[in-house]
Design a protein around this ligand. Structure first.
Ligand SMILES: NC(=O)c1ccc[n+]([C@@H]2O[C@H](COP(=O)([O-])OP(=O)(O)OC[C@H]3O[C@@H](n4cnc5c(N)ncnc54)[C@H](OP(=O)(O)O)[C@@H]3O)[C@@H](O)[C@H]2O)c1
Length: 218
């Protein structure tokens, strides 16, 4: 499958490399054509790895993944172009984190809105699925690094898009039953609001090698 990734950071590169290793073709998108990180990634990730602008990545993808910061995601996707997102699965991995000078985090938007919803509202032709934003990117791409069952969350208005997301994550090694469907895209509020807690847990453990796992009665 051809996948366009909007974002050249750790998440874009890690997921891009994983997708290429699984046999997919990936274009990593940036604000500029000559982004050094994207060029370096494409040079080492193999013949199925390409890079270009946000618009080139989105046009390339049969599915598109947003891996930009939540506070700039709409700007990045506007640059990608609504015409390149129409009808496509758009997996949104972003978190709207805002750090103050003291290092305290807040979210923008929060409570009554979310980045996932904003993206779906602004790009009604895209089939947006909020996913993967509650876990470190190394674990997203390799869930077997942790023992036992641990969970991901998905949210979106389009049932087929959520099924396609579960299938793609299955290729990464995520059993379908570990992926919890929280409902429509408004559930992105809940998963984005997990991030202040997640960041505190990272401080508690001293690293990002952990994930959520839920216990229920037998
Ligand atoms: N790190 C993790 O393990 C992890 C896990 C779960 C979710 N997330 C979320 O995933 C997202 C990506 O994180 P990341 O650390 O990989 O990357 P990042 O540093 O948050 O974002 C990198 C991308 O943002 C683009 N960008 C920066 N400013 C912009 C602007 N003003 N307008 C448009 N685009 C702009 C950059 O463009 P250029 O390419 O042109 O520089 C780059 O492609 C974040 O929302 C993060 O919260 C991260």
């Amino acid at each position: 499958m051809r996948i366009g990734i909007i974002g050249t950071g750790m998440v874009g590169q890690t997921l891009g490399s994983k997708l290429v290793s699984l046999g997919h073709q990936v274009t990593l998108g940036s604000r500029s054509k000559d982004n050094e990180k994207a060029l370096a990634w494409a040079a080492q990730a193999g013949p199925d790895a390409h890079c270009g602008t946000f618009a080139e990545a989105a046009a390339f993808g049969e599915a598109v993944l947003n891996a930009t910061g939540g506070t700039v995601a709409l700007a990045a996707l506007r640059a990608a172009g609504a015409e390149h997102l129409d009808g496509k699965l758009l997996i949104d991995v972003s978190n709207p984190l805002v750090f103050d000078p003291a290092g305290q985090v807040s979210l923008d938007p929060v409570n009554t809105d979310s980045v996932g919803e904003r993206i779906q509202r602004e790009f009604p032709g895209a089939r947006v699925v909020k996913a993967l934003n509650t876990i470190n990117c190394e674990l997203m791409a390799d869930p077997g690094r942790l023992t036992g069952e641990h969970n991901l969350f998905i949210a979106g208005n389009d049932a087929a898009a959520k099924a396609e997301t579960v299938a793609l994550l299955g290729e990464f090694g995520w059993p379908a039953e570990w992926i919890l469907d929280l409902g429509d895209i408004t559930a992105a509020r809940a998963t984005e609001m997990m991030m202040p807690f997640w960041l505190r847990m990272m401080r508690h453990f001293g690293n990002a090698e952990f994930n959520y796992s839920f216990r229920r009665p037998a």
